[in-house]
Design a protein around this ligand. Structure first.
Ligand code: ADP
Ligand code: ZN
Ligand code: ZN
Length: 749
């Protein structure tokens, strides 16, 4: 067979001019190590650079004299698994990123930085006959040597230091035994264990009918090695057990599994359940691990020492070679979208990877995103729905409290009378409560505390954003602006303002109301340190506290049997966000948080405080009516042309000189205008284009402007959208302005 003589290498440099494959020669002495995905060192100009082989070709792409040879092969086996390579090409096209940006998703920083392995010395007993007699013989002149042999007889091998500790013997005893050939020393790599919690093994429960039916659908897909399943199951319907059964199915067919969770520190229980069921077969991968821990887990995976990888979004790139199943838990969460280049959506990368690997994708959620449910209805995913909880446990009762009425009755505090009574009740019955303060969108919108009116744009169905700098309210979809109102335009009340209230203030208020309650606060301030989430939740779980007060963090995946009351303060604050997804986010939040109450044998109660209790997002959430919400919301999205009925391209420009940003954005819009005029497809598909200051105009002394482009989502226009994105990327690359192109961003602030 003719040997491939040239390797196409992507060098590890992020510059657009280097974003291509460079051909290198393959020296004979390296030939047997050269294959796709191998990390190499190559000469580049006067330097040596790291790079990755993405192609092997027979013909060079430049003249022979210019071809230089690969210098070194850096790893014993390819750093990139086979399916990574087509996935890298796909990401580059889909997210308009550079090759190397996509490649780096697959490579732990520890490998690129060559931090190396951590090793330890192990003492091993040689295979010898009559060991007891030897020990007796040795004992007479060296008790230390005898102790070592006896310990090793029981354990076969032991780390060097531990052996000295246990026996109290000296290093010279070990040296003597070595010389006599009783023992040998081996060097073994150690792994930094990122989840050093001992867990008691669990067994699968007897499945309910719904669980069995869901498992059958997924099991069939696994046998056929393809398929995408959307599992919508109310909180407490036993989804995690279904995931674990699916994992078992995949493992039994010799396939490996990736389980994705929104954020490891917020979902320790899911991780623990997988570890508990599958033990050492599970690796944990996420970006908060130390460099060393991450590198070690990656190597364990790369060597096929583990079968299941549990992790946050970056785990979708885990180097498994026999992937058969990807599970995305709480698939509606925003953290699955990357906010740095490449700005990928984990669900889409997972779907592509599953196609390439012959694997099955399972998306699970109590509140699937509108886009996902829409796809399921259109047949892109198989839809499995469970509307009952395990043991037919009742869904918690959700009561909506009208805070306007509280104000009218003279209660100006953040805690309604009903919530006050509820808290008093749980405190006197030894039960627990979770209070969630919804901070999303705080202080950005203006609303009336008397009638609940929210100031909105007259052209768009979004709330106006308060801009502190010029005391104005602005719409960042269309640029409309107006002055700050003195009184409510609807009811004339002077209680109209943008307001915010932090967890600390509420903590103080609770302290005054219930001086003897044991309060636990969980927010950005209390969870800074590593492992803080886990410790807080664990203490609450052990019932060392009565009330857990927190931000969105407390809404996710927690399972506390003693929690019988959940309160949501300012449930509607997300509704005022100038964001097309604000209703959806509110619906999701209330549904999720309601699922936290009454998980045990006691029934649960949920109290939702709101200034606009009649809003459909709150109404549908309180009735646990996902489908009702979906149909209502999808209509609105269609009417206003928001996703899933449009693709959004967002170009965010940041820099120190605002004038330049404005100029740049306007030039871009002008360019777009010309570009669109020349292109029939674009002209037809385009919904609108515009340049505005971003809702948050300045961050860390840098101004922010954005150009928003919305294109219809039909197949035809998808091509146009991609072409335009690519051209934009090329045309407006700049070193001194910071430009971020995002495709279908989840948030526009
Ligand atoms: P979800 O992930 O949908 O919120 P879980 O898988 O956490 O649901 O299940 C809720 C609770 O019910 C958990 O405590 C779980 O251990 C338990 N459970 C799940 N399936 C069963 C079953 N078939 N029989 C008994 N208990 C179950
Ligand atoms: Zn507007
Ligand atoms: Zn009013």
């Amino acid at each position: 067979m003719e040997k491939r003589k040239y390797a196409g290498v992507v060098v590890d440099q992020t510059h657009p001019s280097l974003d291509k494959l460079f051909h290198y020669g393959i020296p004979d002495n390296l030939a047997k190590h050269i294959q796709l995905g191998v990390r190499v060192q190559v000469p580049f100009g006067h330097r040596n650079l790291q790079g990755y082989i993405l192609s092997l070709d027979e013909e060079p792409d430049v003249s022979m004299e210019k071809i230089r040879p690969i210098k070194k092969v850096l790893d014993p086996s390819p750093a990139l698994v086979p399916s990574a390579i087509p996935l890298i090409y796909w990401m580059r096209n889909e997210y308009h990123c550079m090759f190397i940006e996509a490649i780096r998703c697959f490579i732990p920083p520890g490998l690129r930085l060559n931090i190396g392995e951590k090793t330890q010395k192990i003492v091993v007993l040689e295979e010898v006959d009559y060991i007891d007699e030897w020990i007796r013989a040795v004992e007479r002149y060296s008790p230390g040597m005898a102790a070592i042999l006896r310990t090793l007889e029981q354990n076969e091998s032991m780390p060097y230091n531990e052996l000295l500790d246990r026996t109290g013997a000296s290093e010279s005893s070990i040296q003597s035994l070595l010389k006599r050939g009783y023992i040998r020393i081996e060097v073994e790599e150690t792994y930094r264990d990122p989840w050093p919690v001992n867990l008691t093994p669990t067994r699968p429960p007897e499945f309910t009918r719904e669980q069995a039916a869901a498992s059958q659908v997924i099991g069939k897909c696994i046998r056929q090695q393809k398929g995408k399943v959307l599992l919508r199951g109310v909180t407490g319907s036993g989804k995690t057990e279904i995931y674990m059964k699916a994992a078992e199915d995949a493992l039994s067919r010799g396939r490996q599994v990736i389980v994705l969770v929104p954020e490891i520190s917020l979902t320790p229980q899911t991780v623990s359940r997988f570890k508990g069921r599958f033990g050492d077969q599970v690796a944990i991968l996420h970006s908060r691990l130390s460099l060393g821990e991450r590198y070690d887990e990656w190597r364990r995976i790369r060597r096929n020492d583990v079968q299941i990888v549990v992790g946050a979004r970056s785990a979708v790139f885990a180097p498994l070679e026999r992937l058969g199943l990807v599970i995305i838990d709480e698939a509606h969460e925003d953290s699955y979208k990357s906010e740095v280049r490449p700005r990928y959506h984990t669900r889409d990368v997972a779907a592509k990877r599953c196609e390439l690997d012959g694997a099955v994708l399972v998306l699970g959620s109590a509140t699937p995103s509108l886009e996902d449910y829409d796809k399921a209805i259109k047949g892109e995913y198989q839809l499995v729905e469970i509307d009952t909880r395990i043991d037919n446990q009742a869904m918690p009762q959700v009561e909506i409290i009208d805070m306007r009425r509280e104000l009218a009755m003279g209660n100006r505090s953040m805690i309604s009378n009903e919530l006050y009574r509820g808290l008093k009740h749980i405190l006197s019955h030894g039960e627990q409560a979770i209070l969630l303060i919804n901070r999303r969108g705080y202080a950005h919108f203006v609303s009336c505390r008397s009638c609940g009116h929210v100031i909105k744009c007259r052209n768009c169905d979004v709330s106006l954003t308060y801009h502190i700098r010029d005391l104005a309210l602005k719409c960042h979809y269309c640029g409309y602006r107006e002055g700050y109102p003195k009184v409510c335009p609807v009811c004339g009340s002077k209680y109209i303002k943008h307001f915010g209230s932090g967890t600390q203030r509420i903590e103080e208020e609770l302290c005054n109301l219930f001086p003897f309650a044991r309060l636990l606060r969980m927010d950005m301030d209390t969870t800074g340190r590593k492992g803080a989430h886990y410790r807080i939740l664990d203490a609450f779980h052990r019932q060392e506290y009565d009330i857990l007060l927190g931000t969105q963090m407390v809404a996710k995946g927690l399972d506390f049997p003693n929690v019988t009351l959940v309160g949501v303060l300012a449930a509607d604050s997300a509704l005022y966000l100038p964001d097309y997804r604000s209703s959806e986010k509110t619906f999701q939040l209330i549904t999720q948080v309601a699922g936290r109450a009454g998980r045990g044998s006691k029934s649960g109660r949920v109290i939702v405080q709101s200034y606009q209790p009649e809003h459909y997002a709150l109404q549908y959430a309180s009735n646990h009516d996902y489908k009702g919400f979906f149909h209502r919301e999808v209509q609105i999205r269609r009417q206003f042309g928001y996703p899933p009925y449009s693709h959004i391209i967002r170009v965010l420009v940041t820099g120190e000189e605002e004038k330049k940003l404005k100029q740049f954005s306007e030039t871009m819009v002008e360019w777009l205008g010309k570009r669109i005029a020349d292109d029939r497809l674009l002209k037809e598909g385009l919904l609108d284009v515009g340049a505005y200051p971003a809702p948050i105009e300045k961050i860390k002394n840098k101004y922010r402007w954005q150009v928003l482009i919305r294109v219809q989502t039909d197949k035809l226009y998808r091509m146009a959208y991609h072409r335009l994105s690519e051209e934009l990327n090329r045309e407006f690359y700049s070193d001194n302005l910071n430009i971020a192109l995002d495709f279908n961003p989840l948030s526009l602030v």
